[in-house]
Ligand binder design. Structure first.
Ligand SMILES: [Zn+2]
Length: 114
């Protein structure tokens, strides 16, 4: 018998490979040991532990997303609307990962450091 947590790990590892070893949400490089299995459709909304419903995510994104649906979380990350701090943090990390040095410079200027 394959236990549910083992199945989720297998699904997570498969997603991790398909996602080019990056977090599904912030696109940060993700070591296999740091990857968590995130339910794209949350369990509370009927989401299953099947391969197609598991994304590999970093711990911070998984925590910030909580039981939100993946699409809603991605919209929050891409948007500019006020959001809880944990989501703003993922938003900034995502921008840094996607835009590299330009984003770092903007964050530093915004923070009064640059
Ligand atoms: Zn992430």
């Amino acid at each position: 018998m394959v236990y549910p947590h083992t199945w989720i790990k297998l699904a997570r590892d498969r997603a991790w490979g398909k996602q080019d070893r990056r977090c599904a949400y912030c696109h940060g490089e993700l070591a296999r040991a740091d990857a968590t299995g995130d339910h794209i459709v949350p369990r509370r909304d009927g989401g299953s532990d099947r391969v197609g419903n598991i994304a590999a995510a970093c711990g911070l994104c998984n925590l910030a997303k909580g039981s939100m649906a993946a699409g809603a979380f991605r919209r929050l990350l891409k948007g500019h609307d006020p959001a809880p701090f944990r989501i703003l943090l993922c938003r900034v990390i995502r921008r840094i990962n996607l835009e590299g040095d330009r984003a770092v410079k903007r964050v530093l200027v915004f923070g009064g450091v640059g």
